[in-house]
Design a binder for this molecule. Structure first.
Ligand code: NI
Ligand code: MN
Length: 225
């Protein structure tokens, strides 16, 4: 399986069977993404919550690629109301898709659409495919139940925000890594805007010091998991 990082919280997974899953595709309006919305293809779009920097270019991409949304019930219904296909889920629930399993977790944040509609609870998401489990925390503050998420799941890659202000900053993110105990932690949601400037290498150094592993991905970089 491949993991591509566009910047901010936007990632794409490509499974060994060629299924593509985009997460929080904020691309064209994102000053740090080297890839724009018309340059991606995807079968599925997973949204952690409805804020503009996460819904991003979802609708343009879904229209062009005939993609299916996977998100919590209220946000899925919002996508359906806009004429898109969606699979409604909710926090704590898992479902097996053709590419693998998706399960939503809690996240401490907010979630309203860019046109100010209620979009349900914000979420994190566990994606298991090709024998790997990825935990994208979504936008969240630090919470102690991350320990339980780490206890119940063997997380290979944890994708977590470090930009502070709207989410965890570096110090809390390092604690989150300790709670979840992933094989590799990948920082996200930083340096997109001045208010979330953070040094990912400082995060990496602190994670390494605690005996865990972090990997900083360049914006636009794709790795083999
Ligand atoms: Ni947000
Ligand atoms: Mn955000």
């Amino acid at each position: 399986m491949k993991l591509k990082y566009f910047s901010h919280s936007a990632f794409q997974l490509t499974t060994s069977f060629g299924k593509k899953i985009l997460i929080d595709p904020f691309l064209s309006g994102n000053p740090t993404s080297p890839v724009k919305a018309n340059e991606v293809e995807t079968d599925y779009i997973i949204l952690t919550h409805a804020h503009g920097d996460h819904i991003g270019d979802s609708f343009d991409i879904a229209k062009r690629c005939n993609s299916t949304f996977i998100c919590v019930n209220e946000l899925a219904n919002y996508c359906i109301s806009k004429g898109f296909k969606a699979h409604n889920m909710h926090i704590g629930g898992g479902h097996n898709f053709e590419f693998g399993k998706v399960k939503f977790t809690i996240a401490h944040h907010g979630s309203s659409t860019p046109d100010n509609q209620y979009a349900g609870e914000p979420a994190g998401v566990l994606i298991s495919a090709d024998d790997k489990t990825i935990y994208h925390t979504g936008d969240t503050g630090l919470f102690y139940d991350m320990k339980l998420i780490g206890e119940l799941n063997s997380i290979d890659y944890m994708l977590l925000p470090i930009g502070d202000n709207f989410t965890m900053g570096i110090v809390d993110a390092v604690k989150a890594v300790e709670f979840v105990s992933p094989k590799i932690a990948i920082p996200m949601h930083y340096n997109t805007f001045p208010v979330i400037e953070a040094d990912p290498n400082k995060f990496k150094t602190l994670v390494d010091k605690k005996g865990f592993k972090a990997r900083v991905l360049n914006f636009g970089e794709e790795i083999e998991l």
